[in-house]
Design a protein around this ligand. Structure first.
Ligand code: SAM
Length: 203
């Protein structure tokens, strides 16, 4: 019997819709900018209620899209929000147990506003590397490494505490090291006002 209960990563609770959906008012365009293409199979790690996953599913349909989320009620929202789609699967699982989930390989694995919660990103990056098809992408969106009191949205400071925000150079060196240079950064972009994105490609 497994007595260890999975826990959400620290500083990754799902933001309230009223500000998240105005900060990310066009998730489809963000995905297109990050290179998501029709026909790609997609895995979304820490998918929340599907704010990016569902536009991804519409874009790639009929290719399969899998969202993994540890919080069951939030995942239930994703399920309801996608009831008209036939290419979405929603898994109420811990992304730290990714390897045990027996998933097929993907063209595009995304992790948006969640990577900063990893205490030890090495193992997860290794597991992600093993799940990518040849030339597949690992797409990370992170909060920019600026003080939390400066990331004001709808009159409030937002996002994780300053100390856990990751500089893009640190993200890149971590992913290169964990993947033994198999995941190479192919795109680094600012996503105003307060995020950046890095796309890694599997070689
Ligand atoms: C900040 S939210 C971002 C959600 C989504 N990626 C987005 O950008 O709209 C992070 C999500 O990751 C989920 N999460 C945190 N730890 C997790 C874990 N160990 N396994 C699966 N999901 C997790 C949280 O419950 C939360 O819904």
């Amino acid at each position: 019997m497994n007595l260890l209960k999975s826990q959400p990563l620290p500083f990754t609770s799902m933001p309230d819709r009223y500000w998240w959906e105005t900060l990310w008012s066009d998730p489809r365009q963000i995905l297109v900018t990050l290179g998501l293409k029709p026909g790609f199979s997609v895995l979304d790690l820490g998918c929340g209620y599907g704010h990016f996953t569902i536009p991804a599913a519409r874009l790639v349909s009929p290719a399969p899209v899998v969202g993994i989320e540890i919080d069951r009620p939030i995942l239930e929202e994703a399920h309801q929000n996608s009831s008209a789609l036939t290419n979405c699967s929603w898994l109420n699982e811990d992304i730290l147990a990714l390897k045990s989930l027996s998933l097929n390989k993907f063209d595009f694995v995304m992790m948006h506003s969640t990577f900063h919660g990893l205490a030890d990103p090495i193992k997860l990056v290794q597991d992600i590397t093993a799940l990518l098809k040849p030339n597949g992408f690992f797409s990370v969106i992170n909060w920019s490494p600026i003080p939390r009191e400066e990331t004001i949205w709808l009159d409030m400071p937002r996002g994780p505490k300053t100390e856990v925000r990751i500089h893009p150079n640190k993200l890149i060196s971590t992913v290169l090291s964990a993947s033994k240079d198999q995941l190479l950064p192919v795109q680094i972009i600012q996503l105003p006002p307060y995020h950046y994105g890095v796309n890694f490609q599997f070689n």
